[in-house]
Design a protein around this ligand. Sequence first.
Ligand code: 2P0
Length: 330
Amino acid sequence: MKATAKAHTNIALIKYWGKRDEALILPTNNSLSITLDGFYTTTSVEFNEELTKDRFVLNETAVEGEQFQRVTKFLDLVRSLSGKRLYAEVASVNAVPTAAGFASSASGFAALAAASSKAIGLNLTETELSRLTRQGSGSACRSIYGGFAEWQKGEAVDGSDSYAVPIAPREHWDIRVAAVVLSSKMKKVSSRRGMRRTVETSPFFNGWVDSIPYDLEAIKEGILNKDFVKVGEIAEANCLKMHATTLGANPPFTYWLDTTLSVMQTVQQLRDSGIPAYFTIDAGPNVKVLYLPEHEEKVQETLRNIPGVSDVKLSRVGQGISYLEDDTFV
Ligand code: 2P0
């Protein structure tokens, strides 16, 4: 009863920011992302009658504490779906450099959901898999698909209609993402705590939610028509609106550093010089920059030269979940 799966992380162009149900991980708004080929997690799960508890090894180190609890709680869901009370040995390798500011929880829970459900004998459709994955980490439900995916928030109280759907495959459009890594180790407000505080206290939160349907329709049209300027403008504005909600929270907070603002301004200057490039930022200080392949050299060089930037990692549009033969997993 063993299976191995590989999942790529994703970057949201329309952000998931706010939950209507914390336990089931149900969002207040739809979100839309690009799956990235540069950053992924490979996870192998083996259910075994001889185990007396779950075990989780990440990058060859046994994990305990809160991280372990999240994995074992997720495995409980898989066990309850299958009706089998078996413990599991979980081994993950993360090719998502934490320093790059990408949430490894997206690729991590997508790979865990795929490998564990397959290993225990559940034969899930992609929709069912996305719905299950959502309960590990919200943004992870979008990583089931390659290319461009939308997480539909759904209306049902039990979460049955809250899952991701594919918008366009990776072959549809070759756009690129540069992850700009800033040299800071500043402790941040976790995205879970940050979104909860925003929902509960920010007077800007309702404005954020109200603005989503327009952004979503417009960006989907932009993606389908490969209209880079339209997609970039909407993604950048959507990111700024999300971050604006945190300034209205009580107590107020921001994920930005001075260097975050420098990168944002440099991206705007790139545009002024005729190169279409747009930024987006998640629950952290690092900036991701969208650009077209023909501008890769110039964009990369410009970003690397900003004082305070420690690295720039480039990525293309990536693929969805894949299952590996066990012997290909190292
Ligand atoms: C996103 N973020 O859409 C947004 C943008 C952060 C900013 O999804 O609590 O780690 O596990 O559902 O998925 C980060 O939130 O949170 C996130 P949980 P998750 O990518």
